[in-house]
Design a protein around this ligand. Structure first.
Ligand code: NAD
Ligand code: UFG
Length: 338
């Protein structure tokens, strides 16, 4: 029996595929390659020495997904496939609701049809909205989300809860990620954004490798120790490990379980700049500019529930995150095209 990984060619998906294969799981990947390079999966095969089927399929394609379930023995699903750029989601909201919400509904329909009722879903700290104080705990109310991308995550969480309430055979784990950065320590797989990066770490690594002139630090007047935004950065390999632990829960109990995946530590933008300069051995040019609309001052997790119930804890610190991000970018200045 295999784990179906939707969006397995992407940043978090490819790292999770490596951990799954190294932990003895068989996997099947579905990806429409809208936001990844198929070479990421070639490198997963090379790193692990293991082969697996890859279906170039959109999760909104009902017949395509049925073929995957006809051909393979799928036991459970880890569902990464989705669009994730906050700014873009405000420009093309219909595309976000269709891809993320309709896509997930379609996937669940096919899963139910084939009697596969175990799913781990990639949710986000964004579902806590802007008015909960950090550290964020799973029992806090959700809502108050400021953009269509975040609302797709919130809607999917609610849909999955309704599905579990309607049929007690479903087992669903909602993983609320904080800020994933870093890369596999081999430097062979990593984050490979198209165009101008939206997120902090890929922007920093592109400045460091000479592709961009300087980092714009969005806001120096937040209510934080150095005035810049504070986030809970988590190494992508630790995040990937969290999914392996979540699969245990799927096999042990039904219903919905929700876990934060973060370190519980908040670092400011300037903390990250300093840690990155140390890891790369070079100064990183930056300018403090206006705040980015929609950003909040502080966001970090309370990760205790994942530790108590999953036995999961992030092992890698900010130094490893910066060193591994830098190794990936410096070994692959043009991403998977190198
Ligand atoms: P990513 O864009 O690198 O990976 C997503 C993958 O899904 C891509 O390979 C893309 O081609 C594929 N995909 C998108 N729509 C699809 C569709 N309709 N059918 C099939 N494949 C499709 O993103 P990531 O950073 O690896 O994120 C994975 C998941 O985690 C996403 O759902 C994202 O919203 C969620 N998440 C990410 C972050 C983050 O900061 N990276 C934070 C919280 C949650
Ligand atoms: N930042 C900069 N300059 C940049 C990019 C980011 O100063 O060029 C700052 C931001 O203002 C913020 C911090 O760096 O203070 C982190 O920003 P990111 O864009 O890397 O991440 P966010 O916390 O804004 O968003 C991330 C994911 C979202 C998710 C959200 C909450 O990208 O998908 O976490 O989980 F919704």
């Amino acid at each position: 029996m295999a784990v179906l990984v939707t969006g397995g060619g992407g940043f978090i998906g490819s790292h999770t595929c490596v951990e799954l294969l190294q932990n003895g799981f068989d996997i099947v990947v579905v990806d429409n390659f809208s936001n990844c390079n198929p070479k990421s999966l070639e490198r997963v095969k090379e790193l692990t020495g293991k082969d697996f089927p890859v279906y170039p399929c959109d999760i909104r394609d009902l017949d395509g997904l049925c073929k995957v379930f006809d051909n393979e023995k799928i036991d459970s699903v880890i569902h990464f496939a989705g669009l994730k750029a906050v700014g873009e989601s405000t420009q093309i909201p219909m595309e976000y609701y269709d891809n993320n919400v309709v896509g997930t509904l379609n996937l669940c329909r096919v899963m139910a049809k084939y009697g596969c009722k175990k799913i781990v879903f990639s949710s986000s700290a964004t579902v806590y909205g802007y008015d909960n104080p950090s550290p964020l705990v799973e029992t806090m109310k959700t809502g108050g989300v400021t953009n269509p991308y975040g609302r797709t995550k919130l809607m999917i969480e609610e849909i999955l809860k309704d599905i579990a309430a309607s049929d007690d055979e479903w087992s669903i784990v909602l993983l609320r990620y904080f800020n994933p950065i870093g890369a596999h320590e081999s430097g062979r797989i990593g984050e490979n954004p198209n165009g101008i990066p939206n997120n902090l770490m890929p922007y920093i690594t592109q400045v460091a490798v000479g592709k961009r002139e300087f980092l714009s630090v969005f806001g120096g007047d937040y209510d934080t120790p150095d005035g810049t935004g504070v986030r809970d950065y988590i190494h992508v390999v630790d995040l990937a490990d969290g999914h392996i632990k979540a699969l245990d829960v799927l096999n042990k109990k039904t219903g919905v379980a929700i876990y934060n995946l973060g370190t519980g530590n908040g670092y400011s933008v300037l903390d990250i700049v300093k840690a990155f300069e140390k890891a790369s051995g070079n100064p990183l040019p930056y300018k403090i500019v206006d705040r980015r609309p929609g950003d909040i001052d502080v966001c970090y997790s309370n990760p205790e529930k994942a530790f108590k119930e999953l036995g999961w804890k992030a092992k890698r610190g900010i130094e490893d995150m910066c060193a591994d991000s830098w190794r990936w970018q410096s070994m692959n200045p043009n991403g998977y095209d190198d």
